[in-house]
Design a protein around this ligand. Structure first.
Ligand code: APR
Length: 281
């Protein structure tokens, strides 16, 4: 594994536009369960997963019921306010600081990348600390709305202060479209990058899992200059795809990734930063 970490550090140093894609595996060392790992939320409670497939439908059908449900019980992921970033989150923030990682696209709703200091984060599946207008896509910090008080006063659902539309949690539920702004920015990053560091995801949930496949199969339609260089028509801009995960994924099996470093992100990423600094010295 040490060789692969050294290799990844070298690939990062040689990259011109590296991005990171992350999933629930990034946060298990912070105490948040993942979904499909051995002690994952869905693995342990398949009925909870079935119920989760109904949530967006409930919002569309009856937003008041949707909010009553959300405010009546604890989050599936536990108390996200009390949970802290782990060394893996800090290592990615350091790679951004070093000017290596340009963007982190995360499936996690836990806000831990931002709390670790990463500035350029795309919350692909939303953020648990925000609300989003279903009409104009405006986002608000949840704290701006006293939801328990609105509930007591029978004033649910909360309404958008910009357009008066109905607010939902910013979290993207199963069967809900990815918000267009985040979807577009993520596609542009997958198009621009020459290195993708994929950390702690089973890569089975779409459309997120499409991003590495798109980067691997992209073809230049017209001569274009990107941050990663100048490409001729039909050329495939080179991309290095590295997986850091506790187990192989369909990206490994389908040969989409160049190599898998098998282990814990909270242990491997800090080692990668050290190796990278060693190379740069
Ligand atoms: N380090 C590295 N890998 C880990 C670690 C760790 N500390 N802990 C768990 N893993 C691996 C697991 O082995 C698994 O392969 O991370 C992966 C987590 O996969 P999932 O549980 O499927 O989580 P994720 O890929 O983020 O799920 C995607 O599915 O349920 C929805 O919306 C939810 O965003 C989520 C999406």
């Amino acid at each position: 594994m040490e060789d692969l970490i050294e290799r990844a550090a070298r690939d990062l140093v040689n990259s011109r536009y590296a991005i990171a894609l992350t999933g629930a595996g990034m946060s298990t060392e912070s105490g948040i369960p993942d979904f499909r790992g051995p002690s994952g939320v869905w693995t342990k409670d398949p009925d909870a997963e079935k119920r989760a497939y109904q949530t967006y439908h409930t919002f569309l059908a009856n937003p008041k019921d949707y909010w009553e449900e959300r405010l009546s019980g604890p989050s599936l992921l536990g108390d996200l306010e009390a949970i802290k970033p782990n060394p893996g989150h800090y290592a990615l923030a350091e790679l951004e600081n070093e000017g290596i990682v340009k963007t982190v696209i995360t499936q996690n709703v836990d806000n831990l990348h931002q709390r670790a200091g990463t500035k350029n984060v795309l919350d692909y599946h939303g953020n648990a600390f925000k609300l989003r207008c279903a009409q104009c896509n405006a986002r608000f910090d949840s704290k701006e709305y006293e939801l328990p008080k609105l509930r007591e006063e029978g004033e649910l659902p909360p309404l958008c202060r910009k357009c008066g539309g109905i607010l939902k949690a910013d979290i993207v539920h199963f069967r809900e479209p990815i918000p267009s702004d985040v979807a577009q920015q993520s596609l542009e990053e997958a198009w621009k990058c020459d290195l993708m560091l994929i950390c702690g995801t089973s890569a089975v949930v779409y459309p997120f899992a499409e991003l590495p496949r798109l980067a691997r199969q992209r073809k230049v339609e017209k001569e274009s200059r990107t941050e990663a260089g100048l490409y001729a028509v039909g050329e495939s801009p080179a991309v290095t795809i590295i997986e850091l995960n506790a187990e192989p994924t369909p990206l490994t099996e389908d040969g989409i990734s160049d190599y898998l470093i098998q282990g814990k992100t909270g242990q491997m990423l800090p080692k990668m930063v050290e190796a990278l600094k060693g190379i740069r010295r």
